[in-house]
Design a binder for this molecule. Sequence first.
Ligand SMILES: Cc1cc2nc3c(=O)[nH]c(=O)nc-3n(C[C@H](O)[C@H](O)[C@H](O)COP(=O)(O)OP(=O)(O)OC[C@H]3O[C@@H](n4cnc5c(N)ncnc54)[C@H](O)[C@@H]3O)c2cc1C
Length: 245
Amino acid sequence: MGFNIAKTDKKRVVIIGGGFGGLKLANKLKGSNFQVVLIDKNNFHQFPPLLYQVASSGLEPGSIIFPFRKIFQKQKDFYFRMAEVKAVIAERNLIETSIGELSYDYLVIASGTITNFFGNKTIEEKALPMKTIQEALELRNTLLSNFEKATISTDPEEKQALMNVVIVGGGATGVEVSGVLAEMKRFVMPKDYPDLKQSDMNIYLIEGSPRLLGVMSTEASENAEKFLKEMGVNIILNKRVTDYQ
Ligand SMILES: Cc1cc2nc3c(=O)[nH]c(=O)nc-3n(C[C@H](O)[C@H](O)[C@H](O)COP(=O)(O)OP(=O)(O)OC[C@H]3O[C@@H](n4cnc5c(N)ncnc54)[C@H](O)[C@@H]3O)c2cc1C
């Protein structure tokens, strides 16, 4: 295996990651005097702001992922390769990937971030994060399969456990997810799951700091708290989740 990209007189720019950053740069380099190689472990770009809609079945995955090959169909001296980058050997201007090595003149690392579990190993192993389309789908499948199990459960305690959702972290993602789940409880559940009692589904949003949306204005925090409470979300502030069983 290898990249199968010919060396030309042009300098080669290798971009790792076709997220917002990598995609923008690759687009900007259109018509430039560089050979551009975009590498991503997926062959599609994903749009994180709408992941919560996929997680709650409001949108299908195809609505928020876009194939790189389609985006760059007409770009000259451009190569997309689906591969996972494993290492950068800066002194040799070389990267190591799942499909082999590639040399570069300029390297741009736009590989994004990973979910921060704040050192909590159990939560890292057991919880469902939501940073990729795969994770959003896992969340969606878990929610829907729990509702199916709750429909046939005759044990009230088990039913409750299957329907309770705890969201840890009151940043933008936690606020979005709890809001959309509250909508699901209110509008989807009565129609799609008529055997389940709406009041059996409890949504908890737990935040370690004194307010939701800590990086935004206090007005935004107050509004988010007010609206979510009105939608029936149980908000717990100033409490950190320390473990999970
Ligand atoms: C749920 C959620 C909602 C969000 N909502 C908003 C919003 O409403 N507005 C807003 O402005 N921002 C929002 N953000 C933040 C925004 O998505 C990020 O700031 C942005 O995606 C960062 O861009 P990036 O290019 O740095 O990385 P990313 O977009 O994360 O892209 C990284 C890319 O690198 C690839 N990659 C990673 N490692 C490797 C590797 N080793 N080899 C090959 N490829 C690799 C990945 O597959 C991915 O395609 C949200 C984020 C999340 C998770």
